[in-house]
Design a protein around this ligand. Sequence first.
Ligand code: HEM
Length: 231
Amino acid sequence: MSALSCCNNSAPFRFWNSSIGKKIIVALTGIILVGYLAGHLVGNLLIFQGEHAFNEYAHFLQTMLHGYGVWIARIVLLGTLVLHVVATIQLTLANRIARNIQYQCPDTVTATVSSRMMIWSGSTILAFIVFHILHYTVRVSPTLAELGENNPHAMVITGFSNVLVSLFYIVAISLLCSHLSHGVGSIFQTLGLRSHKTALAIDLLSRAYALAIWLGFISIPVAIMVFGFGK
Ligand code: HEM
């Protein structure tokens, strides 16, 4: 048996290549991303406590574990995001092929319409994440770069003082929350936790979570752009 065929038959390879294996990976990576969003939101809301609280929090993130913490978090997050996106794209392509074969079945058509929306909102979120990292982490704008180095609070206030930037964030966060309200429910479904009895509670929970994330995140650009917060 060649080394390649041995790898092709290994348990992780077979798990990844099976549809249920990929769904479980999408669900587990989804849990990590959902958790990250909640943590990121709580940290960002410190902006309402003032410059000192927000800058202290940003400083803690940059210096935890002697500066390695932020890199560990970035590597875990990037790996999680890549697995989530690749598995989702492969599942969507497989669904499309199945739909072409079974296009007369109404159930299949409904499932595909919903997953099609997920792939579009997911792609927009990906574009948003790239923009967001260039905006506040890499700080491609010289003004933000200068401010962010010493004062992340001033950087966020200045960043959201640009109406177009704020509007883009609001649209992207809204799409993110539409993705979440469907995605969180799907996690329960994939992990076998959704039943006839729990379906309503799970749907309400996913919508409530998505709404809380939406309200929390958009409150920041709205407060700055509309109410002049922090200026
Ligand atoms: C009002 C909304 C938001 C604000 C004010 C905000 C603020 C920030 C700031 C200041 C940073 C830079 C941290 C640093 O480099 O020290 C950052 C990084 C980041 N944010 Fe956000 N964020 C918001 C929404 C989001 C959303 C909705 C997502 C997810 C889709 C997200 C994902 C990330 C990621 C992945 C990073 C990079 C982490 C890193 O590598 O340092 N953020 N955010």
